[in-house]
Design a protein around this ligand. Sequence first.
Ligand code: DGL
Length: 261
Amino acid sequence: MNDQTRPGVIGIFDSGIGGISILGRIREQLPNQPLVYLADQGNAPYGSQTLDQVRVHARDATRMLLGRGADVIVIACNTASAAALYELRNEFVDVPFVGMEPAVKPAVAGSRTRKIGVLATEATFQGELYANVVDRHATGAVVVAQACPGLADLVERGDLEGPRAIELVSSFVEPLIKSGVDTLVLGCTHYAFVADLIASIAGPDIEIIDPAEAIARQVGRVLAERNLIGEEPTNDVSYITTGDTGVFDNQLEWLAKHLAR
Ligand code: DGL
């Protein structure tokens, strides 16, 4: 019998480049896994659509990644997780999914004021997933939901610190700080790329929680349970988009520079 392990292929999708913040942590923790990243830019942004619309996109994205040989699907998008995580698990019963949920649990655990803010898309706050997370993990705490329309788009355009970005992020973060939160949860994968800007507007006393590390650890656990951890580092990483490939290539280029800073 051959008991040699086969490296499991990780399929990751987001509406755009936000999930690359998750991909980065996954590559650090799991360098031996082949990986396919799908940016569903032809259907973006997800955050301003209805949950039913996002569910359709999430199902299509899952099928595309399975067609590319994915063994595990990472929904590197809070909006798609909010809209479709439960349904995808029911529909693709043999496929392991790792989804994003706003990191309310660690935020509440670490909060001195017991008051935290969550930054996410409008759609994420409508999902059952968000309500469940708050129900389960925020007893005795105040959770202030702050939708950030337009912020993921700004990140897609590469405006991470210009005047428009400062204005928009300030308009979301300042009211939260005034309301007394001491912790901010990044509840959209795009926001990781403006985490420095968010931190500089929020000030040094505010804790920012990014769930990317925890998601990468969960992907590792899922692969290990299935004996799919690779034995040697691989550069087998491919990026696909349902949108304009020229635009996407450009984004990957500036993102690589940004991440290397
Ligand atoms: N990156 C996605 C998320 O984590 C959403 C961005 C969008 O609105 O498409 O929620």
